[in-house]
Write a protein that binds this ligand. Sequence first.
Ligand code: HEC
Ligand code: HEC
Length: 196
Amino acid sequence: MLFVFPADAQEVDARIQQVMSSPHALEKAQIDGKKAAYFCANCHGDTGNSAYDYIPNLAGQHPGYLLNQIRKFADGRRQDDFMSGMIKVMKDEERFNIAIYYSAQTVQPAAANESAQAARGKEIFRSICASCHGPQGHGSQNFARLAGQHARYVSESLDKYRKGTKERNDPVMGSVARRLSDSDIAALAAYIPTMK
Ligand code: HEC
Ligand code: HEC
């Protein structure tokens, strides 16, 4: 089945809608996805909550967003030594089911942070980030879920966008990230992991 590659995003959306609207198909995709994710779980965690601060949580991400990032790793628009190689050897069906499985898991946010730095992060989030990532940071098909993401992963990702190297050079996030100072990024990284 070739609906992720080379199918376009609309075909992928249609397939996601189809599976989400059928309780039976959804359950099957989740069961198959959990099995196919046994290797991913070493790094991203059984329930998509990673135990490593530089590895993103996948729990609660929209399946369309996850599949889009998988496509980017596969075609080189996003580069990571490990992910880029591994994604290429996976079957489409596995990619799809894994995305459905992780999207249905619940992310475990970090404990509340009462610092002035986190309060400033909240203000920056409201004024710059909420318009795309959602007021609660829950994301969507096109925009990553940020709520509950690891601090180090958030700050390293923002730095990659700011530098615009081949590791991660999305033009939209690039123009957002270039407006942020180091202390803005530190403030956002204090606040975002605590969002529920
Ligand atoms: C050896 C550790 C490791 C394993 C195993 C691993 N990943 Fe990853 N994954 C990473 C790292 C590190 C990143 C972040 C790379 C970056 O910053 O661009 C990542 C990023 C991702 C992302 C992007 C998430 C986002 O928020 O944008 C997806 C999707 C993903 N991995 C899926 C998978 C899947 C599916 C598997 C199993 C088939 C898997 N990974 C196995 C380490 C791993
Ligand atoms: C105009 C829309 C827009 C705005 C505003 C925006 N983002 Fe994004 N963001 C995106 C898109 C699109 C992506 C996915 C880019 C990609 O494919 O790499 C993204 C991805 C990200 C990621 C990577 C998440 C992951 O799981 O890998 C982080 C971190 C992020 N944004 C943080 C922020 C922060 C913090 C702000 C506010 C300072 C912000 N964004 C504002 C559109 C936006």
